[in-house]
Ligand binder design. Structure first.
Ligand SMILES: [Zn+2]
Length: 131
């Protein structure tokens, strides 16, 4: 049995966000014009500003789109079927796996972000819990 976690290349900005989310301390990046974006961005995708501040992520967001995945990528093989959603937090949107059955998710469903690991290979990912 090999622990590959040491070998994984850390995606600096995004892993920092996952660490923060795991502690219930999520954040996003905001420029002076109020545009939101997510790490590891260093430039505002809307206006090109490089003056980005970390702002606390709202505790909950609303499901904007969702879909059930039956035939996942190999790295998610043991997790299927599962629901993924794009969740609207106001200034930013996060994509992740929803910890709920497809039938229980709707556009506008309120969810809170958390961090989990895939069943398949223990890779960390954003997850959403129903509120
Ligand atoms: Zn901007």
């Amino acid at each position: 049995m090999t622990d590959t976690s040491e070998e994984r290349v850390r995606d600096a900005g995004f892993d920092d966000l996952l660490d923060a989310l795991a502690e219930g301390d999520g954040y996003y990046l905001a420029c002076a014009n109020g545009h939101g974006s997510l790490p590891p961005r260093r430039v505002c995708p809307e206006c090109g500003s490089t003056d980005l501040d970390e702002e606390p992520l709202p505790e909950t967001g609303e499901v904007a789109t969702y879909t059930q995945v039956h035939v996942p990528a190999p790295s998610f093989a043991d997790d299927a079927p599962y629901v993924t959603a794009v969740v609207d937090f106001g200034p930013v949107r996060l994509t992740g796996q929803v910890l709920a059955d497809y039938e229980d998710v709707e556009i506008g469903t309120e969810v809170a972000p958390t961090v989990g690991e895939t069943e398949t290979n223990g890779e960390r990912l954003v997850r959403f819990e129903l509120r």
